[in-house]
Design a protein around this ligand. Structure first.
Ligand code: URA
Length: 435
């Protein structure tokens, strides 16, 4: 294959032919093209876009780059949800066991962090022993037994996304509608699910900053998902403030466990219930959204999803003794430093982009493809928009490797908050539904 001519075709704004896309994807998953040429093509796509036909071909070629899961007949529908990425977004950790307890099977193929947004795989990577690199047979067997699994794109499952995802992260080419569409849908189509819920984020820390761009992305993914036979819908959700009170891999796992145990945070609980309600409706298990919300909230309160989370971890090799030991600790980073308010008033905003950058720069996220993440670093105890603070209240707590790093991060955290004397009007987290 003459890869240079593919780059030139796209650079000049023409469409790639289906066979060129297939050749590119199969070569890149086999490691046959140097990173600099792949990166050049990604940048050309970022600026020139792709037609609907090209995006479809890319998605299907990426799906077919590895195994496509096959499951035995079972009354439990196969479903999943996927987020376009946010700061503090640990919904998948809470929702997956919740869905399994609601009578679904969830074979979730997820990704690492992208840019300043966290990735479900990195969060789970903070659990000792937890294995994300599963074969199709292992995924099938755990899903049939436990009801849910969370694993990664690997050499076997959607390998093309594994290569392209890491390169996009390191080359500033994530925020492209065709590339996001193909990345997400290739993983979801490889799961062979019947219903998919997409959480498309917009706002200061999202890849799609405006509602209009997010809607365009949501429409593209919903249309292609449906064309490929999956009942797909999307929620447009705000990503101006972090979701929950924690950002950073291990800190988010801890917060997800707290949420499964009924200890909040409220926005995470609400979004998980909302996602479950939509999937219940999409699978004809709820008459309407309120009926779905009721079922999901009841299931949450039963405590079963918390047990299911442990079952999933154990099935994927986690060292449960060590996991429980760490859960009981107040911190696992060398230093935890509180940042306190010097005035009083209402919190109007907590800038998720600033928080995401702090976590990344502490060492909790990646700047290059090969960055090794320190799983224990990040921020927790964040105050939320709408809450009041007094002089000396904790606004957030930084987990760092030493005092100097923690103090520098606290100084940056100061710039994340916006205060007011008046109670702010908070818009709903879910702005609208695209279906
Ligand atoms: N999540 C993915 O899996 N891929 C993207 O491109 C963005 C978010």
């Amino acid at each position: 294959m003459n890869f240079l001519s593919l780059i030139e075709t796209k650079r000049d704004g023409a469409a790639l032919a289906p066979h060129q896309i297939r050749q590119w994807v199969s070569a890149c998953s086999g490691g046959g093209i140097p990173d600099y040429q792949l990166a050049a093509l990604l940048m050309a796509i970022y600026f020139r876009g792709m037609t609907e036909a090209e995006t479809r071909e890319l998605t299907l070629a990426m799906r077919d780059s590895g195994d496509v899961l096959q499951f035995p007949p079972d009354p439990r529908p196969l479903v999943d949800k996927h987020s376009t990425g946010g700061v503090g977004d640990k919904v998948s950790l809470v929702l997956t066991p919740l869905l399994a307890c609601l009578g679904f099977r969830v074979p979730m193929i997820s990704g690492r962090g992208l840019g300043i947004t966290g990735g479900t795989l990195d969060k789970l990577g903070s659990i000792p022993g937890f294995n994300i690199d599963l074969t199709a047979e292992e995924i099938r067997s755990i899903v049939q037994k436990v009801g849910c699994v969370i694993c990664g794109q690997t050499g076997r499952m959607v390998p093309a996304d594994k290569t392209l995802y890491a390169l996009r992260d390191a080359t500033g080419t994530v925020g492209s509608i065709p590339l996001i569409t193909a990345s997400i849908l290739s993983k979801k189509l490889a799961e062979n699910i019947s219903a998919l819920l997409l959480d498309v984020k917009f706002g200061g820390a999202a890849f799609m900053p405006t509602k209009e761009e997010a809607r365009e992305l949501a429409r593209a993914m919903v249309a292609l998902g449906r064309e490929c036979g999956v009942n797909t819908r999307a929620l447009l959700t705000r990503m101006d403030a972090p979701l929950g009170r924690a950002a950073g891999n291990w800190l988010e796992v801890k917060e997800a466990v707290a949420c499964l145990e009924g200890r909040g945070p409220e926005d995470l609980h609400t979004l998980a219930v909302e996602c479950a309600a939509h999937l219940l409706m999409q699978s004809n298990k709820a008459k309407n959204l309120d009926h779905g919300r009721g079922q999901a909230a009841l299931c949450f309160a039963s405590g079963q999803p918390r047990e299911k989370f442990d079952d999933m971890l154990a099935a994927q090799g986690a060292d449960m003794k060590e996991f429980n030991k760490r859960l009981a600790l107040d911190r696992t980073a060398p230093v935890a430093m509180e940042y306190r308010a010097s005035g009083e008033g209402f919190i109007v905003g907590c800038n998720a982009r600033v928080v995401g950058e702090i976590v990344r720069d502490l060492g909790g996220g990646r700047l290059t493809k090969t960055t090794i993440i320190n799983m224990h670093l990040g921020v927790d105890e964040l105050v939320k928009p709408g809450e009041t603070v007094a002089v000396g209240s904790v606004l957030g707590r930084v987990h760092a490797v030493d005092e100097a790093q923690a103090a520098a991060a606290c100084e940056r955290l100061r710039t994340a908050f916006e205060f007011s004397n008046a109670r702010p009007e908070l818009p709903p987290l879910v702005e609208s539904v695209v279906q």
